[in-house]
Design a protein. Sequence first.
Length: 87
Amino acid sequence: AVPAFVRTAKSDYVPGPKALATLKAGNASYASGQAPAATQKSRIQALASDGQLPMAAVLGCADSRCPVELMFNVAPGDISHAALWLE
């Protein structure tokens, strides 16, 4: 499930192994058909005011049908996503 808090620049650093475990668990949740939790407006506002501290960077497709936050069942700001357009 998506954490009850939002990770901002004021949050603690997430070590690589913990970030990878979080992403794997979130992806398993997504693959099993579990619906992600809605993001509260206050969490988005915290990102805007406190800055971001993503726990992972993901290179992905520019296809907008499935945002990476959904595929890994994480909150906005948890992943820095670079979308690539390939033909």
